[in-house]
Ligand binder design. Structure first.
Ligand SMILES: [Zn+2]
Length: 307
């Protein structure tokens, strides 16, 4: 959700002016980050391949379903899927995610994988406990308890690397979302629009109640002392760099990635500050698949349905 949070003054009397990175420096940083990611993915792919090989060897005599296997390595075309493991393991599922129908159904049933967007409301019976993990300036300071614990652990790990990450806006109750939405609708009514039009225009800016991922307590808008606005400039911070490299380990994924292809799927413009908790194992699977969350859920549904 787009929110306008007034940024901290960066150039107070006791703070030296903060220099913006030059474009060349940003490019160098990005190239370094991409190289690090490529090396990491390569290591993961090797590890995954080794594990799959070991599992194949160990279960060669057992004609049952294989253990849950990780998603395909980076760069592997979706259509190719797990062709190589399928060739060596006859029982292996022939789909891009390398999951059996039962495994896909189990992941879909995981409450941390709930899909909430402006077309899919949070289920009426979706309940959870919350815990505070927001910064002093946070508007909504809580997340689902497990997500809050994961965030706090992630925050401590970032701090150990010299990077400060803050949780600025987390769980919004349905009541709070209703107020936000009604206030926005009222602004359009005041401008003379009829009610259906006012509601539609408001929905383009503030999701109606139950249609915001923040309602499920698993979405966290993150910022940092150097950049407190929830705006795309957050991607230039050390905090964002660190999150891109490490958030998956703590179960968070970048929910609304950059680029036309991603934005066509999410129908939300790039939000480098909005991270979604799904649990570490799910985050690893989703990131390895290269799919956007909506696409990943659709793929799981197809596999679970045996399509
Ligand atoms: Zn958000």
């Amino acid at each position: 959700m787009q929110q306008s949070i007034p940024p901290y003054p960066n150039q107070g009397p006791h703070r030296p002016p903060r220099r913006r990175l030059t474009r060349a420096e940003m490019r160098r940083r990005r190239r370094r980050a991409v190289r690090r990611l490529a090396v990491l993915l390569g290591v993961l792919a090797l590890a995954a391949g080794g594990t799959a090989f070991a599992v194949t060897r160990l279960t060669a005599e057992v004609p049952s379903a294989p253990a849950a296997s990780p998603a395909p390595a980076e760069g592997e075309p979706m259509s190719a899927g797990s062709a190589s493991s399928a060739a060596s393991t006859p029982a292996a599922p022939r789909n891009a995610l390398g999951l059996t129908a039962a495994e896909a159904a189990a992941i879909l049933a995981d409450p941390r994988m709930v899909l909430v967007n402006h077309q899919v409301p949070m289920p009426e019976d979706y309940t959870f406990d919350t815990k505070e993990c927001g910064s002093a300036t946070a508007i909504n300071k809580t997340l689902q308890t497990e997500a809050a614990d994961a965030f706090l652990e992630m925050q401590a790990a970032a701090a150990a690397d010299g990077v400060t990450v803050w949780m600025q806006s987390g769980y919004r109750s349905v009541d709070y979302q209703t107020t936000l939405y009604n206030n926005k609708t009222q602004q359009f009514l005041d401008q003379g629009y009829d009610e259906p039009t006012a509601r539609e225009l408001a929905a383009n800016i503030v999701n109606p109640p139950r249609y915001s991922e923040h309602n499920c307590g698993l979405a966290a808008d993150l910022n940092c002392p150097e950049y407190t606005a929830l705006e795309t400039g957050f991607e230039e911070t050390a905090a964002f760099d660190w999150l891109c490299q490490n958030a998956e380990t703590y179960g968070f994924i970048l929910r609304y990635p950059k680029g036309e292809a991603a934005e066509a799927v999410t129908e939300i413009t790039y939000e480098p500050w909005h991270w979604r908790y799904v649990g570490a194992e799910n985050a690893a699977r989703i990131n390895a698949s290269g799919l956007i969350f909506e696409q990943y859920i659709a793929e799981l549904e197809a596999i679970a349905a045996g399509v």
